[in-house]
Design a protein around this ligand. Structure first.
Ligand SMILES: Cc1cc2nc3c(=O)[nH]c(=O)nc-3n(C[C@H](O)[C@H](O)[C@H](O)COP(=O)(O)OP(=O)(O)OC[C@H]3O[C@@H](n4cnc5c(N)ncnc54)[C@H](O)[C@@H]3O)c2cc1C
Length: 381
């Protein structure tokens, strides 16, 4: 049974307070230490955030897509790394299992994923394989009851603390996406190793690292779906993930607009608050209009997904528009703050760097354009 509306509204109220009173005061500390405090992770576990999208029978909150997007918007109003802490458990790290797992696989892993006891990662990208994700080179060769997995995955979010990886690897001789299968790979198997976290432009506190698989024996019972279905599973996972990311973009944009309005109302130049200058108002109007448009697109697509509709095109459009939109909003926020927008103490330059990632991961803007055009041509308009 999903949450009743009153309980869901109470969750949103609670989250809003958690974000404004608990998380926002920690933003500078997270940036400086490049880490989320353990106490915050524990509170997030307590609130059920690691299991938002997982069925109740496995201990999750079983939120609909609309509800999950509303939660993502709330979490967007602070440093995105806080959301990333549980983001892979809710999204790309667990959804392959949710969509294609057997009852045994689900029973084995989902309760611990939903509670946050374990962290999951999604491992598709490789050193030579990014946007052309159907061409993965990591190999899984059948050897009796196990597959022997070898290869390297790159830029894997939360790899530093992950206990379980969903790994896309080539099983067949078929070229391209049809030769790819998906596997659940526990970190403690022999031959799994994780590299040092990368130094990044933004989103400090959320780590990415390489994951190496050196002849790792993965039991055949850990394959997700049939051989050759891995790419399809990965794409379904990403369709869903793109909507969640779009919602986060809306949240960050709303935060930036609120901060910009507050600053523009306080800061005086030429004898007036700068908010009274029409050129500043023009920027605020553009920021607000774009954020409203993105919110409408995200929520309408989420509702269509909940209704069982095919939203491949709309999810890509939401990710494309919302991620580009928040980039433009962040740029204008820096402009409204003037010199202060460039100075770390005000936090605006940090968000400006943080949001740059949204145009790159879970499919770049160009890949979203490719999907949108392909689906539009297929639908005939
Ligand atoms: C912080 C971070 C976290 C990440 N987390 C994960 C994760 O958890 N799991 C995971 O598997 N991956 C993850 N990634 C990888 C991410 O999804 C890829 O970086 C992304 O898909 C782009 O691939 P690439 O970096 O290889 O760029 P490339 O594919 O090399 O692209 C380079 C440029 O070429 C453009 N391009 C490529 N193909 C086309 C085309 N057909 N038409 C037009 N333009 C094209 C791209 O848009 C881009 O502008 C993460 C990346 C980062 C930076």
């Amino acid at each position: 049974m999903p949450l009743d509306p009153d309980t869901f509204d109470a969750l949103i109220d609670h989250l809003r307070r958690f974000v404004s009173e608990r998380l926002r005061p920690l933003e500078a500390e997270v940036e400086a230490n490049d880490a989320i405090p353990d106490s915050v992770v524990a509170e997030m576990r307590e609130m059920g955030l690691f299991g938002l999208s997982i069925a109740e029978e496995y201990g999750g909150l079983a939120l609909s897509m609309v509800e999950e997007c509303r939660v993502a918007i709330e979490l967007g109003r602070t440093t995105p790394a806080f959301r990333s802490t549980f983001g892979t458990n809710v999204g790309i790290g667990s959804q392959g299992l949710v969509m294609a797992g057997t009852p045994e696989q689900k029973a084995q892993w989902l309760p611990r994923i939903a509670s946050g006891e374990i962290v999951t990662s999604f491992a598709l990208t490789e050193p030579d394989v990014g946007s052309d994700s159907g061409s993965v080179k990591t190999r899984a060769v059948r050897d009796g009851d196990v597959y022997r997995l070898s290869g390297t995955k790159r830029y894997i979010t939360n790899a530093d603390k992950a206990d379980l990886f969903t790994v896309m690897a080539r099983t067949g001789d078929e070229k391209g996406a049809r030769g790819v299968s998906a596997f659940l790979v526990p970190r403690d198997l022999p031959g799994v190793s994780v590299g040092e976290p990368e130094k990044k432009m933004g989103q400090k506190g959320a780590k990415v690292a390489d994951v190496h698989f050196d002849d790792v024996p993965v039991t055949a019972a850990n394959r997700l779906g049939a051989e050759g279905e891995g790419f399809k599973i990965a794409m379904r996972v990403l369709d869903r993930g793109r909507l969640h990311i779009s919602a986060v973009c809306v949240g960050v944009a709303e935060r930036l607009i609120a901060d910009s309005v507050a600053y523009a109302s306080e800061r005086h130049q030429f004898g007036h608050p700068i908010a009274q200058h029409q050129l500043i108002q023009g920027m605020i109007a553009d920021m607000k209009t774009e954020a409203l448009a993105a919110r409408a697109l995200v929520m309408e697509t989420a509702a269509a997904k909940d209704a069982g509709k095919d939203v491949v095109l709309e999810s890509a459009a939401a990710k494309y528009f919302a991620s580009e939109m928040v980039g433009r909003v962040a740029d204008k926020a820096v402009q409204i703050y003037g010199g202060a927008g460039y100075i770390a103490d005000y936090g605006i330059e940090r968000l400006y760097r943080d949001v740059r990632l949204f145009r790159i991961y879970e499919g770049t803007s160009q890949i979203q354009q490719v999907i949108i055009a392909r689906e539009t041509l297929k639908r005939g308009g």
